[in-house]
Ligand binder design. Sequence first.
Ligand SMILES: *Cc1c(COP(=O)(O)O)cnc(C)c1O
Length: 454
Amino acid sequence: MPDPRSPHAFATDQVQAGYAATAAHSPAVPAIHQSNAFEFPSLSEARARFALRSEGDIYSRAANPTVAVFEERIAALEGGIAAAGVASGQAAVALALLALARAGDHIVAANQLYGGTVDLLGDTFAGWGIDVTFVDQDDADAWTAGVRPETKAFFAESVTNPLAQVLDTRLVADLAHAAGVPLVIDNTVATPYLQRVKDLGADISVHSATKFLGGHGSALGGAVVDLGTFDFGADPDRFPQLSEPYSRVRGGSLVDRFGAKAYITLVKTKYSHDLGPSLSAFNAFQLLQGLETLDLRMARHSASALAVARFLAAHPAVARVHHPGLEPSPWHTLALRHLPRGAASVFSFELHSTGDAESDFAQVERFISQLRVVKLVANIGDARSLVAHPASMTHSHMTPSQLADSGIAWTTVRLSIGLEDPADIVDDLDTALAVVAPAPASAPSVIPTASASR
Ligand SMILES: *Cc1c(COP(=O)(O)O)cnc(C)c1O
């Protein structure tokens, strides 16, 4: 827990929060507690731990000491009160929302979400009777018009992927609160270094720690962080899972028993416990190694990405760059306000379209085949610079109209700018762009056709 008596700066928390060297050998670095289960000193203590009357380890699916350090550290960096570490970002999104919305309930979510989240909400949740209304995240009226009596949450990403649209987190938080529901933010692309979503009104943040938090592309993980701002007891009828007696723990409701930590206790003791997507001690250790350098890495990622975006914007073979750090971006003013330490290092650009999806694909393939420093990989937030082609990769199952709604063309190329020397990244892109045709006299901007989608 962040200690309220010693408020440390971000860079101190990312290295120290959640850990004090008190174990037998006092290792300076948190140990990997690679044990499935933990020995109880007595049966009475075992009984107390099972009843959640005593805090202590039982079994690593429910809690693990290495994972607990990761949880406290990410909670400290987000300014939250507690976190649940889970096996992936996908598990974090699923658990965060399942603890709020049950069959018959409803969620209002942004249109501009990570593809895996679109599948989860639009397909899996729909199959479970949880209805989701998708809205354009920049349309304030659409968020409010989407609200129903059974709405339990608003959900959006602070910075979207692949087009790096910046959410007006403050505005959407105010709309959520006017509707009486919490705002859940996927803060994966921004990380708490670029945006403390709590300061902008969000109530719960979720992360794919797989990306920038770990930062080295070597461990999957996720986190749900309760920012401690939403009063789940204020409207007990809306959240009976928190306000009515909880059968697993005697002594009343989760709100009665755990107060401000009722929500995260539900995430851990019911959804993580029952569905089982626990974070391994080894992955938690690797994610902690990454977290220790988060501010340094994010500053480098962001500065290099802006330099690359500026280079691309000036290149004749590039039709358009979607980067909120550039002035023509519709999200530039918002980025200056909500991302003052730098904008996203995951962004996209477009080559000039030939007007035909197959020729566009061939053009992008020629370009990508020339890259040497930037690798063709379906991931973001890695130390390495990565390139992807959304229309044929991450978004390949979308219909042409969904692609068009998402602003993705066959010429759209996504980059995740890594930690290499930015001059080498720019040189690599420059060399590869040399094989791409510059703008035709009048380049038509074409929406892909059904026959061209694969
Ligand atoms: C990658 C990603 C996820 C899913 O995370 P995994 O760790 O791959 O399960 C969720 N949200 C966003 C924004 C992501 O980029």
